[in-house]
Design a protein around this ligand. Sequence first.
Ligand code: ANZ
Ligand code: ZN
Length: 801
Amino acid sequence: MKSYNPKEIEKKWQKIWEDNKAFAATEDYSKPKYYALVEFPYPSGQGLHVGHPRPYTALDIVARKRRMQGYNVLYPMGWDAFGLPTENYAIKNKIHPREVTKNNVARFKAQLQALGYSFDWDREVNTTDPEYYKWTQWIFLKLFKKGLAYKSEMPINWCTSCKCGLANEEVVNGVCERCGSEVVRKVKSQWMLKITKYADRLIDDLADVDYIERVKVSQKNWIGRSHGAEVDFSIKDKEEKLRIYTTRPDTLFGVTYMVVSPEHPYLDKYKDEIANWDEIVAYREAAARKSDFERTELAKDKTGVEIQGLTAINPVNDQEIPIWVSDYVLMSYGTGAIMAVPAHDDRDWEFAKKFDIPIVEVIEGGNVEEAAFTDVQTGTLVNSGFITGLSVEEAKKKITEWLQEKKIGEAKTNFKLRDWVFSRQRYWGEPIPIVKCEKCGYVPVPEEELPLQLPEVDNYEPTDNGESPLAKIEDWVNTTCPCCGGKAVRETDTMPQWAGSSWYFLRYIDPTNKEALASKEALEYWLPVDWYNGGMEHTTLHLLYSRFWHKFLFDEGVVPTKEPYQKRTSHGMILGENGEKMSKSRGNVVNPDDIVNDYGADTLRTYEMFIGTFDAAAAWSEDGVKGCRRFLERVWKLQELVVDGDEYTKDLETKIHQTIKKVSNDFETLKYNTAIAAMMALINDFYKAEKITKADFKTLITLLNPVAPHITEELWEIFGFEGRIYETSWPEYDEAKTVEKVQEIAVQINGKVRATVGLAIDADKDTALAAGKEAAARWIEGKDLVKEIYVPGRIINIVVK
Ligand code: ANZ
Ligand code: ZN
C-alpha cells in the first residue's frame, strides 16, 4: 500500500474532473434539477479567506450528493468584482482596476480549484464584464421605464473617507460599513430605486419560502412594517392641524404633550408666533449634526425645547397640551410629529421625567411612576372615556373607527424601509445608462447601445466636489440626446456594488446568452434556486435587494417565479485560534493555501465541516486540522482490511445502514459535523472488525466523497470499482436494517420476574441462558439449579433450590 499523499492525488483528480467536465450542469431538461447557490466572493487583494470554504464546502456536499441521487445539478461560481477596495488599490498603485480585478480573480480561482469544488466553471460570471453588466444596465432601464428609478435631491449619508454616498443599510452605528469612517449628511441629487413599492410583498411572500427563522426576522425588521393610525390634532387658534402617526391610538387619552421633529415645516411656518424662536433655531442646528442613529438611541439622554406660543388640542377630550421640539422624533418617519404618551412609551417616559411633564396612566397593569408600561397583551384601558374597560386590541379598533367617523384620523400602515439610494460617485461600477437633455430631461440610453461601457480614465480618484471621476472625461460626458438629437450629458454616477449581485444567480442559468439575460426555457427549468447559503451579514440587504429585483422581473414577465430562492440558510464565521475575528492586526489570520499545502484540500474541507455547528461561529484550531488529517489517514489505511465480498459484513450491517441514514439526513440539515462524527465511528467499528468487505468499504467512501472528494475518488480507483465515484449512486439504507435486532426478555426465577436482558432476536439458547443468569445472579448465587428454560423471544425461566 502506498502512503496517503494528498499533494499528488488532489492535483490528479482536479485535472480529471476538469478534463471530463465532470460537474457541468446539462441542458437535459427531462431530468429533475437542483440549483445550489453560494454567495460569490468579492475577489479582494488578500486572496481567499478560510471563512470562504465553510459555506462553499457545505453546498458542495449537497451538490455532490444530489448528483449521485440523479439530479441535474447547477452549482456555479463567479465574481462580485466591482467595488471600492479594488478602486482604492488601483488609485494607490496606479494600476487599472480592470487589471487589479483580473489578477485577483485569477488567484481566487486557482485557490478555489485547489479545494476541489464541483463548480461548473463553464458558467463563471463576473459582474465587471461588459457582457454581464449589459444586463445589469438593462434591468436598470426597465426599472426606470416603470418609474421605479428616479432622481431626487436627497440628504444622503456621505462617507467622509470613501467620498461617496451610502445607503442607510451601509451605515452601521453611525459609521461607514466599509471603512468605519464618520458618515455625515449631505444633500445631493441621487438615483433612487423605489423598493418601498414592494415592501408589503417582500414581507408577505416570506410565508412561501423556506428560510431559517432568523433570516425571515431580519428581513421583516428591516422592512419594519407597523400598523397604526394618523391623527389630526388641532393647533389652538389655527385652522391647520398637526398630523401625527401612532401605533397606539388606544392611548389617546394619555397624551400629555406633542413633539415635532426639528425639521418639521410648521416651525418655519409659524416662526413669527414662536416666542423662543432663537432657542429653537439653535436646537435645530445642534440636531443637524447628529445621525439618526444617535438621535433615536434609547439610552441617550433626551433633549428638547418647548415651543412658546403654539399649543395643541387633544381631539378626544379637548385638553390643551404643549408642543415640544425634540430630535428623538425624525422627520423621515411617519409624519415627523408624534403624540407623546409617557405612561406607555419608554422614550416619552424619560422625556416627561426629565422635563417634569404629567404622566397619565391609561392602561392598567404597571406602575407608571416607576416606568412606562408597554405591554400590549395584558392590561385594560382606564381613564379613557368611551374606551375605558376595553383591551388594547379592542380599544385600538374602536378608537380608529371613531377617528375615521369624525374625519380626524385614519388607519395607517408605515414602513421603516426607505427607497434605495442607487448612485455612487465612483469609477469602478456599472455606468448608469441615462443621459440628461435640457429639453427632454432624463432619457434612457437605447437598449441596443448597451452595454454602456466604462470609459478609460487616467485618474480614478473621486473629485473633491463629490462628483464621480467620470465627470472629468468630457468626450464621454458630452453626448447627444437619444430622444431629440440635441446636446446632452451622460449621467456620471455609477451603480452600487449591490447591483451586480442582485441578479447574478439568473445569469448562471444561461451565462452566454446574447439576446436575453437568460432564455425563458432555461429560467423556467432552473428557477427557483433550491438552496442558497450565505453569510448572516448578507441576510438583510443583499437578500432584500435581490428579492426586490426578482419580484420586479417577475412583474415584467422576465422570470417565472415570485421568489428567487426557495431555501436560505446561513453559516457562522470562522474565528482565529483566540476566538477573535481574524484580522491582520490581530495576527490570527490562517491562510487556506498553507493548510492545503501542509495537510491537503480534503483535510481542510473535512475540518471546516467538522469544526462545529454550522450556523454558529467557530474558532480555528490547528489541532483540529491535524485530527481531521488523522481521520483521513485512517480511511486510507482501511485498504489493508478489505477482503472480497459484495455484501456487508454481518456484524457491521446494522451500523452501516444507520450511518447511511444519519449521514444522508445530516447533510440535508446542516449537521455536517455529526455526519462526519458518524463516519469516524463507523471506521472505528471497521478497525475492530479487523476485516471488511469491499461492499462495506465502498459505502463508506461513497458517503465520505462529498466531504473529501479526492481521497475517495483515488480509493475508488485503487479498488477498481466501476466508473468514477462521482458517477455512482448515493447509497440507500433499509429502514428495517437500521434497527438493532435486540429485544428485552424477562428473566424469571422461581416464577418471579427478577431482571430483563437485551437479546439478539436470533440468540441461541446457551447465549440467552448465560445472559439471563448473569442478569439475575444475586437470586441464583449459592443455590442449586433445578431447571432452566429459554422460550425464544419470550422468557427465560430458571428454577433454583
Ligand atoms: C403614541 C404612542 C404611545 C406610541 C405608546 C408608542 C407607544 P413603530 O412601531 O416603529 O412604527 N413615532 C411615530 N413617528 C415617529 C417619528 N417620526 N420619530 C420617532 N418616533 C415616532 O413606532 C411607532 C411609534 O413611534 C409611534 O407610536 C410613535 O409613538 C413613535 F404607548 O405614538 B407612538
Ligand atoms: Zn432631448
